[in-house]
Design a protein around this ligand. Sequence first.
Ligand code: NCD
Length: 330
Amino acid sequence: MAEEIAQNEQKNPYLPFGDRQDAPFYGKDILSVKQFTRQDLEYIFGVAHEMREMVQRVGSFDLLKGKILANLFYEPSTRTSSSFTSAMERLGGSLIPINEVHYSSVAKGESLPDTVRTLECYADVIVLRHPEVGASELAARYANKPIINAGDGIGEHPTQALLDLFTIYEELGDPDGLVITMLGDLKYGRTVHSLARLLSLYDVQINYVSPDILKIPEGIFAEVEEKGVPQTENSTLEPVLQDTDVLYVTRVQKERFEDPSDYDSVKSAFIITSDSLSIAKDKMIILHPLPRVGEISMEVDDDPRAAYFRQMEYGLYVRMALLAMVLGKS
Ligand code: NCD
């Protein structure tokens, strides 16, 4: 943790004209949700809310004109990469998209430290998705420009957790007092790992529902417990659904399984249908980081509680806020 904080000290001593050196996240990396306090989150969501209003009012504006984002994705992505692209472009900045590392020098065997040191010659901020846990921390150690972790293997996905929590704020208000139920692949789902940690800053209750082989990692359970947040582990949804305010559904992460027969044994463990929601609260919201692969039946999409498409839109505003903040414009 101390090491992480040290790495997150302001990096770039050369302040371009117009940048606010006193902006709280100026020049910082976003590597893990562990780096945030509740006060930080309120600040980020305040900026995200302003971004939402600006986009709704004017669409795009030139806050980051002249700034360049490098989107470096070593794993597939639709929402994360395109929302960062859209965020940068709506703020008047531009983009170096490296979505297919097979066509970059990575395919020639270039190391991650060398790739990020190359990209930072051309870009002001780097968004990185990588299959290995800790990859963004490694990149941040070598880069002088801010690194934003867009998912490091089964580790973390901090910007997703921020947008998940922003969705909760915008849809239900302050999370204090809420019951959050996380369902699906809690072992390999990095979004769950980040969200559980982030929620531990609030006065919430967390229920985990998963097949036995996909339980929340013990280390994360212990971290959340240490913060005094009540948690339960369950193998079925029914007993906890009635009291749930936020149902967070995840897909089973096929690509993380060593043994395909293990995947087959759990791939259809939970399927949310309109029927299964009949006992849920009227004001509950259903979130999903997406993509879904069958765990929420399409008939649920028309239920007003299905918030997963709205959640994607909130992601744009959070990512606009983060880019503006690390580049010293907010
Ligand atoms: C998630 C991810 O990449 O971890 N997707 C996303 O960023 N919205 C979830 C997943 O792939 O299941």
